[in-house]
Design a protein around this ligand. Structure first.
Ligand code: SAM
Ligand code: FES
Length: 351
């Protein structure tokens, strides 16, 4: 086996390693994380330059039919105060975001069947008509292929659906038996096949995850080639079965960001809110490790504290305008720049 340093160089030049080689890197991360970050940053700069893309996140419902063991808005959490934003409120959030320089909106929510295709498709079309120069991303969980097709035809450009774990047994530890990894993967295949810029991803150090699983995650990502990858540390929520579990670390998350960048050089890779929750400088360190996307919150402040997937989430009180100013300053200090741009995947032809 090559040394960790040689493996990193091999990854940077070939963009793939074997499972054992990824595993060896993960086990030796302490010795080479700085080098991995610097290589990842060089690769990202060569493709996307010093530009950091922003996405305006609109968390429009915390109703959810699912009961994932890790998630604070799971259906069995009776302490969650449920809310739904109506289409006109969602449109106002997007309008406000546009004024602030956002050119991508992400509509994210629990799997709330109130938002049938008959409600969601016209909403997508309206936002796209009002802001034809913007991209619209959906993140509303598992739906049928027909539903994804209709939403795509209505104008949705991208879809975020983390696969959560590639390991079937691990999937069963994180989810009740009504949910299946097969259906999650079916959804991801459908989304990609329909032409969405598709985002997969997983939580780092979710209960039961092993280093071997992480090596398998990297191989899966290489094989599936999503345009976006969302990873963030698992963080416990007090009203879930995993309330007493430990959070994932910033260090492991940052190292994996670097390995993902080296594996999929042109991927759109956010430094997530969860990362900034476990480390106050998580977003800056995420960028330094190869991330090139930030997803600040555009939801009205009144509902933010209700969209609690995990405890101690940041930016609960700040208005969107304050967050964007804060982020611009933070990003500028790292030598990068937040840009007003749709920020499409580089391989994606604009329609
Ligand atoms: N319902 C949509 C879906 O399933 O894709 C979007 C919302 S879902 C809550 C968004 C993501 O939050 C999940 O894919 C999961 O990875 C992440 N998440 C949920 N609970 C979390 C926790 N306790 N810590 C960190 N991330 C969490
Ligand atoms: Fe929200 Fe800094 S990004 S306050």
């Amino acid at each position: 086996m090559d040394s960790p340093k040689e493996l990193l160089e091999k990854l940077a030049s070939k963009n793939v390693l074997s499972r054992d080689e990824y595993l060896h890197l993960i086990k030796n991360r302490d010795t080479i994380s700085d080098e991995a970050a610097s290589l990842a940053r060089t690769v990202c700069d060569a493709i996307y330059g010093k530009r950091i893309y922003i996405r305006g996140l609109i968390e429009f419902t915390n109703y959810c039919r699912n009961n994932c063991y890790y998630c604070g808005i799971r259906s069995e959490n009776k302490n969650a105060q449920r809310y739904r934003l109506m289409p006109d409120e969602i449109i106002s959030c997007a309008d406000r975001g546009y004024e602030l320089g956002f050119r991508t909106f992400v509509l994210q929510g629990g799997e709330d069947m109130y938002y049938s295709d008959d409600i969601l498709a016209p909403l997508v079309s309206t936002i796209k008509q009002r802001h034809p120069d913007c991209a619209l991303t959906l993140s509303v969980g598992e739906r049928s292929r027909d539903s994804y097709k209709r939403l795509k035809e209505a104008g949705a450009d991208r879809y975020l659906l983390r696969h959560e774990t590639i390991n079937n047994t691990h999937y069963g530890m994180l989810h009740p038996k009504e949910m299946s990894r097969e259906n999650r993967m079916r959804c991801l295949d459908d989304l990609k096949g329909l032409g969405y810029q598709t985002g997969a991803g997983f939580m780092v150090s979710s209960p039961g995850q092993t280093e071997e699983d992480l090596a398998d995650e990297l191989l899966f990502l290489k094989n599936f080639r999503p345009q976006m990858v969302g990873i963030g540390p698992f963080i416990p929520h007090k009203d879930t079965p995993f309330a007493d579990r430990d959070s994932g670390s910033a260090e492991m998350t940052l190292f994996l960001l670097s390995l993902i960048r080296l594996t999929l050089p042109d991927v759109l890779l956010p430094a997530t809110t969860a990362l900034a929750t476990v480390d106050p400088l998580g977003r800056e360190k995420g960028i330094a490790s190869g991330a090139n996307v930030l997803m600040p919150n555009l939801s009205p402040t009144g509902v933010r504290e209700k969209y609690l997937l995990y405890d101690n989430k940041i930016c609960m009180g700040e208005e969107a305008a304050q967050c964007i100013e804060c982020l611009k300053t933070r990003v500028a200090k790292t030598g990068y720049e937040i840009v007003t741009d749709r920020g499409d995947h580089i391989g994606q032809k604009r329609l």
